[in-house]
Design a protein around this ligand. Sequence first.
Ligand SMILES: NC(=O)c1ccc[n+]([C@@H]2O[C@H](COP(=O)([O-])OP(=O)(O)OC[C@H]3O[C@@H](n4cnc5c(N)ncnc54)[C@H](OP(=O)(O)O)[C@@H]3O)[C@@H](O)[C@H]2O)c1
Length: 265
Amino acid sequence: MNTFKDKVIWITGASSGIGESLAIEFAKRGARLILSARREEELIRVLNLTKLPSLDIMLLPFDLNDTSKASGLAAQVINKFGRIDLLINNGGFSQRSEAIETPIEIDRLLMEVNYFSYINLSKAVLPYMKRQKNGHIVIVSSIAGKFGFYLRSSYSAAKHALHGFFETLRLETESLGIKILIVCPGKIKTKVSINAITESGNSHNKMDKSHEIAMTAEECAKQIINGIIKNKEEIYIGGKEILMVKIKRLLPKLFSKLIRKQSPY
Ligand SMILES: NC(=O)c1ccc[n+]([C@@H]2O[C@H](COP(=O)([O-])OP(=O)(O)OC[C@H]3O[C@@H](n4cnc5c(N)ncnc54)[C@H](OP(=O)(O)O)[C@@H]3O)[C@@H](O)[C@H]2O)c1
């Protein structure tokens, strides 16, 4: 896909951060958008920023934790636009709690929103992509989907699970014209650390130091779009922290030393 003019693109997590920046960038490139997240008022704010006419944009607010809605929502998109060219599974939240302190209900919530909702929404969209004989699914994972990290046990587990599922789906659906890109951001300057869940179930509510000085969401969105254009299967986006993925693969003993020296924040 080298142009986004008139392409129908559904973005989850579009009310903030990376999803918001993707919405603005795709709008500039002439796409037609479906924006999802829980907070409708924030989606309206993003809708205004895109400056798209109502014919070319649709808000579909919903909670990713409610997996019962996906097929009905996909049908609403088809009713309005007739097709879905790109699904960007991006919505989610991080974790700031030690595994030993974290109640299992919070582990399950992290898996539900960051893993099951991605496969659920993709399964709702796949029959339409199959009928169209093309489609592109983007998965926003994390470098925490490539290695475990302090305070992120179930977040990291959910992101790892995405790789297993979507690498398999890629093999099974490429003959149907369906492409899958897995994006692994490192640190991006968004509200992800503020919105991260703690062992109490409350938000961490602090901007981590490493996020304050990180790559902007706008730059991240541009790199995701380049990855789509170039038909990449997996990309890493961020600062020097993304080198850890390569170090783990090529120099596992060095990785083991370095990872222990990283601040969780
Ligand atoms: N920023 C980073 O450094 C970083 C690094 C690696 C991976 N990521 C991944 O990037 C993705 C986007 O995060 P971000 O950095 O842009 O953070 P963000 O600014 O906190 O945005 C998260 C988005 O997800 C939505 N969301 C959260 N829980 C939801 C739920 N239960 N139902 C529906 N929508 C929900 C939020 O909208 P509502 O609150 O309105 O629902 C918001 O639009 C996430 O998958 C995150 O894991 C980010």
